[in-house]
Design a protein around this ligand. Structure first.
Ligand SMILES: [Zn+2]
Length: 135
């Protein structure tokens, strides 16, 4: 018997992100005053505290900032997926995302590995993941 993975619960602040994710598009908030990109979505700009943002597409390109290889997941729904790579990826636009690196053996993942975004094909949980960039 498999256990269902918990799914995101969009709220008005995050709904534009999840709607885009369901289309396979990675959006970031960009401050209308200072141009700062941020993720996760927030009410205030983390640089200048301005309240008005726009949603803009990310390049989807970045680098592994740090990572770990998970052998004992914190939730039983991931029991069948170990080992997997849990990483923080720094996008070229600046924000860092907690994500997975896929499409590569965990032992081959390294800090500064160039990666590109893709979305899990799951209508309920279209989570952004990253795979090694093809240069
Ligand atoms: Zn700002």
């Amino acid at each position: 018997m498999s256990i269902a993975k918990p799914t995101p619960t969009p709220v008005p602040l995050t709904e534009p992100f999840w709607a885009a994710a369901r289309r396979g598009e990675l959006l970031l908030q960009r401050c209308r005053k200072c141009g700062h990109h941020q993720h996760y979505p927030r009410v205030l700009c983390t640089r200048c505290w301005h309240r008005e943002h726009e949603w803009v597409p990310s390049s989807g390109r970045g680098r592994v900032w740090t990572f770990t290889v998970v052998h004992r997941p914190g939730h039983p729904a991931w029991d069948t997926e170990v080992p997997y790579v849990l990483a923080i990826v720094e996008l070229d636009e600046g924000p860092r995302l907690l994500t997975n690196v896929i499409g590569i053996e965990p032992a081959e993942v390294a800090v500064d590995l160039r990666v590109t975004a893709r979305f899990a094909e799951d209508e309920d949980a279209p989570l952004v993941q990253f795979e090694p960039a093809v240069s």
